[in-house]
Design a protein around this ligand. Structure first.
Ligand code: URA
Ligand code: SF4
Length: 220
């Protein structure tokens, strides 16, 4: 089973979004509230990929609207990126969590490689429609979804990489028509949740902004 059984051929972004509502491509839909797809225009020059929706996103049905999203919004602004020119999505589109002992709280659980792989057809379908100048992978899960399982954010963060990533699954993540930009880049950085958890939050935030400035600098 994977999301491939649910991705409609030839759909536009709204068609993908509608079809994703009913995705049963892996078991994660069972306990989550709803599919959280993406936000932003298909024409965005900057595409940001996170891990999976969090607790707030699961309830609201929109990506990056909780605490990590607020921090990301601030970092985007400080880096000089235009928020209206960004498209934001996640490697996995349902919230994976474990219930906290005894309570109602839901604790984020990192999606494993299998779940990321099962959800990946959505990401591939999105990139067939998108035409980014720069793709930003936020954290390890997004990095692996976009660049392959051996990708290490800690080793490659802040570096401009060629896009589409050709070493991994050549042909995937390419735009479906011939109208793609002549050159685009990708860049990996920290996940905003890692900034929230960091001992030195200010330094971690500054690092995220510095990486996003590099992304902004790659825009022509
Ligand atoms: N973290 C993510 O990776 N994505 C979201 O949408 C929210 C938090
Ligand atoms: Fe489908 Fe992805 Fe949700 Fe799994 S996490 S059910 S593959 S949308």
């Amino acid at each position: 089973m994977s999301a491939a059984d649910f991705v409609p051929a030839g759909a536009d972004l709204d068609g993908l979004r509608r079809a994703a509502v009913d995705c049963r491509g892996c078991h994660l839909y069972e306990n989550a509230t709803q599919t959280v797809f993406s936000k932003g225009p298909v024409s965005a020059r900057v595409v940001l990929v996170g891990e999976q929706p969090g607790d707030v996103e699961d309830r609201r049905g929109e990506p990056f609207v909780g605490p990590a999203g607020k921090l990301l919004d601030r970092a985007i602004e400080e880096a000089g990126l235009d928020p209206a020119d960004t498209y934001t999505t996640n490697a996995v589109k349902h919230f994976k969590f474990t219930p906290a002992a005894g309570g109602k709280r839901r604790i984020h659980a990192t999606p494993d490689a299998r779940e990321v792989g099962e959800c990946r057809p959505w990401l591939v379908a999105e990139f067939a429609l998108l035409d980014p100048e720069i793709v930003v992978a936020l954290g390890a899960t997004a990095g692996k979804a976009l660049f392959g399982p051996s990708f290490r954010v800690t080793k490659s963060r802040g570096m401009l990489l060629p896009w589409p990533a050709s070493a991994y699954d050549p042909g995937q993540f390419e735009r479906a028509d011939d109208g793609a930009r002549a050159s685009s880049f990708a860049l990996a950085t920290l996940h905003p949740s890692a900034v929230l958890r960091a001992d030195d939050r200010d330094a971690a935030f500054a690092g995220l902004v510095a990486d996003l400035r590099i992304a902004a600098g790659a825009l022509v």
